[in-house]
Design a protein around this ligand. Structure first.
Ligand SMILES: [Zn+2]
Length: 478
């Protein structure tokens, strides 16, 4: 069955027809200036689900996720941090933290994770092209801007993802002091000239000292790694305008000739945007106490698999209300699944599968092929659990059947990515405690000892001590 989803570029649900068996797939990655929050992770978990779904469909996915390791916010943080630090030391810390969280959520490692600061030359090349065909211009302070008017005059289209009312843009956008010389309020910076506040963070470009604009970073990295045209670009809906619109303008603008006789080379064929996340019914904010990083949730005793499950419980085009109650419900749902899988394993007793339950896989495939209908897919999974529980209760499931069902689950779970519940040798350990132990083991494996210690303390508060033995960790009730 063909995969169908909503393409923001054409404003409708379309069948996905890739240019080859290898799909070029780009997701705007994290800006590494602080710990990422669950709203950020909704995007990354969805991108991961989509990549896994494409693999399930038989495609190879060339998944690129950039790391924004230079932008205004980062520069400001570096220059005001005590004790003093460097750009790379500062961003490295948050990048490592990001990937620890990413792994806790069982997101597959992207094929490439380019850093903006490693692609400065490609950014110069892109700026040079846009200056050459007259779309970009330099202001007296040395900054370089993209002219939307000149781009459109050469045949470029601005406003492909969202309808833009330029009059409104003009009247509502606050023009920052350092951008007062640009020709039009809607024009955006490709290159920002060095200012006093930048301290030592700048590059020596052919047009003077400065730093790249954020939109430019993604255009330069994606075309370098995936080519001028590629299949899928994903991101949070808040990035559609101006970030993604500007990515299109830069990349397609670079393909235009100054005489205006060329059609732009299309940048991306399918754009998918994920809806935003509410926390406890409201927009997340530190002052409302509903702002959660993954670390906050781990210290409350929740695990990556529970958070992933909750993040994947709503449709990608609908906002998700993330709540602590929802996490508790996720825990109960996963316990039902774990119990059934545990019984299947016991009955199958390690014999090899001879076939899959093809009906289960087919129904799951149909649900996700239909505009990635996750709630339908989950109900297929839980119907399967209910039916199996009945068969098991009636003693009607043979070891061979059980092995075949487990093999079907493996196929389905390649897409869902629910980590197997950790098995510990000690008996009678509650799920919550076992999951905390697993999270601590993962943290130790990732050499994040601070987090491992934090989880050990959480376990202690809950009445469990960890003893590290040559055979692995052992839990003891205090
Ligand atoms: Zn981007």
């Amino acid at each position: 069955m063909d995969l169908h989803f909503f393409n923001t570029l054409t404003h409708r649900i379309e069948a996905f027809v890739p240019s080859s068996k290898t799909v070029g797939f780009y997701c705007c990655g994290p800006t590494v200036y602080d710990f990422a929050h669950i709203g950020n992770f909704r995007t990354f978990v969805f991108a991961d689900l989509l990549r896994r779904l494409l693999e399930f469909k038989g495609f190879k996915v060339n998944h690129v996720m950039n790391i924004t390791d230079v932008d205004d916010k980062i520069i400001q943080r570096v220059n005001t941090s005590t004790p003093p630090t460097t750009l790379s030391d500062y961003t490295k810390k948050y990048e490592e933290a990001f990937f620890e969280d990413f792994r806790q959520l069982n997101c597959l490692e992207p094929v490439r994770t380019p850093h903006a600061t490693e692609y400065i030359q490609q950014m110069y090349d892109l700026i040079a092209k846009l200056l050459d065909n007259g779309i970009a211009y330099q202001t007296p302070d040395g900054s370089i801007f993209f002219s939307i008017q000149r781009y459109m005059a050469l045949g470029g289209k601005y406003g492909q993802l969202v309808n833009i009312n330029f009059d409104e843009t003009k009247s509502t956008e606050r023009i920052k002091n350092d951008e007062y010389e640009k020709e039009s309020a809607a024009d955006f910076a490709l290159w920002k000239a060095r200012t006093e506040n930048d301290g030592n963070i700048f590059w020596e470009s052919p047009w003077g000292e400065g730093r790249p604009g954020w939109h430019l970073e993604c255009s330069a990295m994606s075309s370098d790694l995936l080519g001028k045209t590629f299949d899928i670009h994903v991101g949070g809906e808040d990035l559609a305008f101006p970030h993604h619109e500007d990515e299109i303008a830069q990349s397609e603008g670079a393909s235009l000739c100054k005489d205006g006789n060329t059609a732009p080379v299309p940048f991306v064929k399918y754009w998918i945007h994920f809806s935003h996340l509410l926390s406890e019914g409201k927009k997340m904010s530190k002052s409302l106490g509903n702002f959660y990083t993954l670390r906050d949730l781990f210290s409350k005793g929740f695990t990556g698999r529970e958070i992933r499950y909750l993040l994947l419980s709503a449709h990608y085009r609908e906002s998700l209300n993330f709540t602590i109650d929802g996490l508790n419900a996720a825990r109960s749902a996963l316990a039902r699944l774990d119990e059934c899988l545990g019984k299947l394993k016991e009955i199958a007793n390690n014999i090899n599968p001879t076939e899959n339950n093809s009906q289960f896989i087919q129904q799951f495939d149909e649900a996700l092929s239909n505009n990635i209908n996750l709630s339908q897919a989950w109900s297929v999974v839980f119907d399967w659990v209910r039916d199996l529980n009945r068969l098991i209760a009636e003693n009607k499931l043979s070891p061979q059947d059980a092995a075949n069902e487990l093999s079907a689950w493996e196929r389905v779970n390649h897409v869902l990515g629910i980590k197997e519940k950790s098995t510990v040798s000690t008996e009678n350990i509650p799920t919550e405690i076992a999951d905390l132990l697993a999270a601590r083991q993962n943290a130790r494996k990732a050499k994040n000892f601070a987090e491992a210690d934090l989880l050990r303390d959480t376990l202690k508060q809950k009445g469990w001590l960890i003893e590290d033995t040559p055979k692995g960790p052992r839990l003891k009730k205090i």
